[in-house]
Structure formats: structure tokens, C-alpha cells
Design a protein around this ligand. Structure first.
Ligand SMILES: [Zn+2]
Length: 43
């Protein structure tokens, strides 16, 4: 069983960010959430 906890939404694209079994499928920076796709885009 995988623990899936909704953390919030990416502030750029609105994609849902989950904590999967202790692993966040995004990036949290200074209280703001980004998915990996948006985090990779620095521009
Ligand atoms: Zn995003």
C-alpha cells in the first residue's frame, strides 16, 4: 500500500502535488509548490 497524501497544487500550472510514500512528486521552495516540469524551467 502506497501512502498518497495531497500536498497542494503547482503554483505555475495548477497540477496536483502529492506526497507518495514520503516522496514529494514536486518541489517545495519557500512555501511555494512546483511540479518537476515547472521547476526545471527557470525562465
Ligand atoms: Zn507545474
Amino acid at each position: 500500500m502506497v501512502l498518497k497524501e495531497w500536498v497542494g497544487q503547482c503554483i505555475v500550472c495548477g497540477k496536483d502535488i502529492y506526497c507518495l510514500d514520503g516522496f514529494l512528486n514536486g518541489v517545495k521552495e519557500q512555501g511555494e509548490l512546483f511540479c518537476f516540469d515547472c521547476e526545471e524551467q527557470d525562465e
